[in-house]
Structures are given as structure tokens and as C-alpha cells.
Design a protein around this ligand. Structure first.
Ligand SMILES: [Zn+2]
Length: 341
């Protein structure tokens, strides 16, 4: 089995190991596609607490090629999405079969091996069977979509609500589209014109470049003076929390989203939270909303493919890591395809 492994900051090497069989309760998958995400780049740049060496790639789409003893829910030939969270299999929750509530969750590509490799063995509970109508290059975004759904639920977003989103990253754009699906009105704020143009191209009408316009007064204008009932602050964005708290309406709801491995600066004054009676929630994954995310994709309710701005093969992985480190706000998302294996 072949894998790219980050062995030290700035160093990625190809490793080969003997073929393994699927253990009881597990399935062996052939990796088909994976996304290169910000956490992967941060691990490579030495900016996380990752335990090296580690195989990058937080999630993937794969094909089941072998089922271990006792596996009934997945069969050979099934296409699956594997989420970034890995259940430990040993804590009381895991032993009771409640893998989503695992007390020692690992994160693929950071605290345990990820999927930039040809084959992997996963616990059957980690693989989400994909309906035929969801192509691989859309399924790779399921983690983002599930986080978006979880955010919408936490905000109790309803028809006509304004949702200010700080960060027009892939996650921000997906969240905006999911908000539209729930008939809310997203307003996306960023400092990167290229990202904002992509958001606009993907159907988000209200975009604000915070370098060119005062975002607060623009949001004041769009919302008719009441400001946004709901605000989602993507912690890896260039925006500061003090700023996005200022976008929030009185008695509004505010969610901070931080994917493991890319949580940015979160220091701010909480005066607004008290003065305006804002409810604050933190979200780090979307595991409980994964099935809704699958349904949203299967119903073609949002579009994610335009977020892929670069495609590379397995052999080109080292070059793309190097390029992404040098160019921090470069490709929106890079898709890695494994077809030649
Ligand atoms: Zn566990």
C-alpha cells in the first residue's frame, strides 16, 4: 500500500507498506478522491499539534473492496464517504456502539493517519454509503455541508432571517448556499476579492469586501437597520470576532465555527455579547448532521463543484503542498484523484 506521509514540517515522503486485510468490524477501501484542506497545509507547515509522521487527507471518497467479519451495513462495491473524525473504539460510548459520541475522537490527517494513500482500512461505522446520484467530486465536500447544517440548526435559522457569514472560504460559501436552501438571506464578508467573486458566481447575492466598504454600515443598510439576527464566524477567516459580533442584532445568535487544525485567532471583547444579549455557540464538526448533508447533495439543493479550482494526481501531491504553503490564500480547494492506481 502506498501513502504520502508528512515526516517533518516541510517534508513529505512516499512510503510503501505490505497489503493488509480488513479486521473484524472493518472494511478495506480503495481511495478514489480526497480534498486537500487547510488543516493538511497547516500540518505540513508545522502549525498544528499533529503527531508526525502522519498521512495527510482528512476525509475521502472510497470504494469498499473487502468487508471484515461481522460487517453487514457495507458491501464490496459500495462507494463511501469517510469523515474526518475517527472513533477510538474503546471508550464506553464506542463500546455501546455510539461511535458519534466517542470521548477520544481522533482527526484523520492530524492525530491519526488520513487518506492521501491508495488503500485504507476503516471501521465500518466511519463509512457513509453514497447514493449513486452524488458524484465523487461533490461527496468530498460532505464534511463542510454537515458543518453548515449543524450551524443552521444551532442558529435556529428560519425563512427570511439574515445570516452574516465572515469568511468566503469553501465552508463560508457552502454555508451561504445551505442558508439559501433554508430560505434565509446570507450576507458574506471577506477581505479576498477572488473568494467573494466565487461566492457571487455561486449564487450569493450579498457579498461585502471589508477592505473596500465598512461592513457594519453595509449590513445595517441591507437589514434595514436591525443588523443580522444570525452570524456565523469562521475562525480561520481573516476577520476578527470583535468585528463580526458588531454585525449581530440585539438578542441575536452567533456561532463560531472552527475545524480542527485550522482554528484562528479568537480573542475579542465580549462586551457586545452581554450588552446585546447575544447567544454564542461553538461548532467543531457536523457529525450529527451528516445524513441531512447527504440528502442535500442528493437533491442537488446546492452546488459545490465550482469550489474545486485545481485538480492533481497522486504523484503531484508534494508540489501542491509546497505551492499551497507559499500561496496562503490560493486555490479555493484542490481535489486529489487516485484513478491511475
Ligand atoms: Zn471512543
Amino acid at each position: 500500500m502506498k501513502a504520502w506521509q508528512i515526516t517533518a514540517p516541510g517534508k513529505i515522503e512516499l512510503t510503501e507498506s505490505a497489503s493488509q486485510k480488513a479486521a473484524p468490524g472493518c472494511v478495506k477501501i480503495k481511495i478514489l478522491e480526497s480534498l486537500l484542506s487547510r488543516p493538511d497545509i497547516n500540518v505540513y507547515a508545522g502549525k498544528t499539534d499533529a503527531v508526525l509522521p502522519v498521512i495527510p487527507g482528512g476525509s475521502c471518497v472510497g470504494m469498499v473492496i473487502e468487508s471484515g467479519e461481522g460487517v453487514t451495513e457495507l458491501q464490496r462495491g459500495d462507494r463511501v464517504y469517510v469523515r474526518p473524525q475517527r472513533a477510538c473504539g474503546e471508550c464506553p460510548q464506542c463500546k455501546a456502539g455510539k461511535f458519534l459520541l466517542c470521548e477520544n475522537t481522533g482527526i484523520h490527517g492530524i492525530t491519526c493517519d488520513g487518506f492521501i494513500r491508495d488503500f485504507a482500512i476503516i471501521h465500518s461505522s466511519e463509512g457513509i454509503a453514497l447514493p449513486e446520484r452524488i458524484p465523487n467530486e461533490e461527496a468530498v465536500f460532505l464534511d463542510y455541508i454537515s458543518i453548515a447544517v449543524q450551524t443552521i440548526n444551532a442558529l435556529e435559522l428560519t425563512k427570511g432571517d439574515f445570516l452574516a457569514i465572515t469568511g468566503a472560504s469553501a465552508l463560508g460559501i457552502i454555508l451561504g448556499q445551505v442558508a439559501l436552501y433554508y430560505q434565509a438571506v446570507p450576507i458574506i464578508v471577506d477581505t479576498n476579492e477572488e473568494y467573494l467573486a466565487k461566492a457571487k458566481e455561486m449564487g450569493l447575492y450579498y457579498t461585502i469586501n471589508a477592505l473596500e466598504t465598512d461592513p457594519r454600515s453595509k449590513i445595517f443598510h441591507i437589514t434595514g437597520g436591525k443588523m443580522a439576527e444570525c452570524v456565523a464566524h469562521i475562525s480561520s477567516s481573516e476577520m476578527r470576532m470583535t468585528q463580526s459580533l458588531d454585525f449581530t442584532a440585539k438578542n441575536g445568535k452567533y456561532v463560531i465555527i472552527g475545524r480542527y487544525g485550522c482554528i484562528g485567532e479568537l480573542e475579542c471583547s465580549l462586551k457586545d455579547v452581554v450588552n446585546k444579549g447575544i447567544t454564542v455557540t461553538g461548532i467543531c464538526n457536523g457529525v450529527k448532521s451528516m445524513q441531512t448533508a447527504v440528502n442535500i447533495l442528493a437533491n442537488k439543493a446546492i452546488s459545490v463543484k465550482p469550489l474545486i479550482t485545481k485538480e492533481v494526481s497522486f504523484d503531484e501531491v508534494p508540489e501542491v503542498f509546497e505551492e499551497c504553503v507559499k500561496n496562503k490564500r490560493g486555490h479555493l480547494k484542490t481535489l486529489i484523484t487516485f484513478e491511475q492506481h
